[in-house]
Design a protein around this ligand. Sequence first.
Ligand code: ADP
Ligand code: MG
Length: 343
Amino acid sequence: MALVAVLPLLTLSCSETPPPQQHHKTQFMALGTLVTVSLWGVDEDDAAEAVRTVEDELNRIHKTWHAWQPSTLTEINAALAAGKTYSADPPTLALLRKAQDLAHRSGQLFDPAIGKLVALWGFQSDDRPDAPPPARADIERLLANLPDMNDLVISGDSLSSTNRDLKLDLGGFAKGYAVDQAIERLRALGIDNAIVNAGGDLRAIGAHGERPWRIGIRDPQSAGVIATVDTQGDESVFTSGNYERFFTWDGVRYHHIIDPRTGYPATGTVSATVIHRDASTADAAATALLIAGPGKWRRVARDMGVTQVMLIDEDMHVTMTPEMEQRVYFRTETPPQVTVSEP
Ligand code: ADP
Ligand code: MG
């Protein structure tokens, strides 16, 4: 009897309030790329506030750390190039310490101190002018005393440099740092199920209701997806690719990820994907592993503490760690040739 009495009431209240929209997906341009924020189980007003918060945070980080438009970073670089010290605030110090630590663990392959080299290649501009690659002599001049993050001295809140050629360029992990900050903001708003995706690189927390978030890994040969992964709990998926930014001169392609050992764009690997908890580490590791190449990636992965790695070479041969292999589902018509190797 009690059930019968209650049922009409339940039906009534259901028909009065429409079922809440569980999945919110919002896109906007930030960090120079298309950003997608996905939220699960958040009501309309909270979702709008969350997206605004993420957008503001990403724009603030983009402005602060821009490598060639006036920013905190260009101020720091100008001071250090003039042999002066720079007083930095705590978040800046934390970011630079993190960069220093990641650079150290990558064996300085991830080397955010080589802004001069990146600029010499013309990649510190919105549109690279149609110009040849730099002269070998100019590259060698920089290589002779190439700065790394050990040349950045952090003492208290003051920054100084032991190498006049040190010029910070955080392009190799700024996106990861920004995504980490965005996820922190969402968490502070009480949101536990979300993805912040910046141009295909992302951090996912929680789940999509009953099922995990399913995300795609870019195919270096097409605009599509080569494989999918279901994320678990709190994970970042970052890919570094030699197809992201490049120019062609005399029929030769030159891309934007520079091998500090040679001064030239990295060879051997066309894309490196890393799954790791925090996005800053995943981003820096993807860059370092692409540079490391087939002979050295294992060592770099071990030293950076990343266990889930997928590398693709020019012949579309895929190398994966066992931990990665367990989770990846290929979506291409013919699955690629795969080698599974411990890091
Ligand atoms: P993407 O996600 O576009 O593939 P990455 O995360 O690999 O990019 O970062 C590439 C950017 O990192 C370059 O545009 C440049 O700003 C910077 N960079 C280039 N070479 C290095 C290097 N050896 N170490 C750290 N940063 C680098
Ligand atoms: Mg990177």
